[in-house]
Design a protein around this ligand. Structure first.
Ligand code: HEC
Length: 222
């Protein structure tokens, strides 16, 4: 290749770089600069959007749990009260604002996914924060939590299968009313024991919120 060729290629490269920069496509370089590292525990501890109660807890478990809840699992996307209040004022990433989760609705449940057919029970996400007992989801033990995540069986039986005409308290067959609907347990059931323990420990460490689930005891946070 002659000197002229190299010069030409070099110029083309510069032009391409300039065009990329102008169009914002040079973000490839930005992505590298913003590397998060490889430690899910550290990323998780940074990603927790609320102050955590770490007393007597294993930071490695809580950090991994936070990673699974906040980064990978998006539990709060469903277990907050809905898109209007999921983010703090001025903190909605979908408005182009820097993300700021609303602590008042964080994992507090009450997002209404509507009815499976008109007139049947609404599917509403539950409050996952610890109540005054200190256990998550209104007092579930670790064994109960594992059972929920692995089988989808609803321990509270909030919406049995309708036996007659659908009403606001039941869900119609072929939906099985004993199973949680919408909740992605068919995916979560394959999480490792280690990961489920980490999620549970993280849920114990988040602050209690009253949440938005209808009929919740008014003093659930004690
Ligand atoms: C796509 C939405 C969605 C996502 C994502 C989601 N959930 Fe759920 N979850 C729900 C809904 C809705 C219910 C209640 C379903 C019902 O009433 O049939 C529920 C119920 C639950 C329950 C049962 C609570 C109880 O008191 O019985 C637990 C536990 C739970 N979710 C944990 C989680 C965790 C942990 C994550 C993240 C790893 C998660 N969920 C992510 C929608 C979701």
């Amino acid at each position: 290749m002659t000197k002229e060729h190299w010069l030409k290629l070099g110029c083309t490269g510069a032009v391409v770089a300039a065009v990329l920069a102008a169009s914002g496509l040079s973000n490839l370089r930005g992505a590298k600069a913003q590397s998060n590292g490889d430690s899910r525990i550290e990323i998780g501890l940074r990603a927790a959007p609320v102050p955590l109660n770490m007393k007597g807890r294993n930071p490695a478990q809580v950090g991994l749990g936070s990673y699974l809840v906040n980064v990978a699992g998006d539990c709060n996307g469903c277990h907050s009260a809905g898109p209007q209040s999921e983010y703090a004022r001025g903190g909605n990433p979908f408005f182009g604002q820097p993300t700021q989760t609303n602590p008042a609705t964080y994992l507090g449940g009450g997002r209404d996914f509507g009815a499976l057919i008109p007139g049947s029970a609404h599917i509403i996400s539950r409050n996952l924060t610890p109540d005054s007992s200190g256990l998550p989801e209104g007092g579930n033990s670790f064994d109960e939590f594992v059972q929920i995540m692995r089988t989808g069986v609803d321990p509270d039986q909030m919406h049995p299968t309708c036996t007659g005409a659908p009403d606001a308290n039941c869900i119609p067959a072929p939906f099985d009313g004993s199973l949680l609907q919408v909740m992605p347990w068919p995916n979560f059931k394959d999480l490792s024991d280690h990961d489920l323990r980490a999620i549970y420990e993280y849920l114990k460490a988040v602050p209690c919120v009253q949440g938005n689930y209808p009929g919740e005891a008014a003093n659930r946070c004690g």
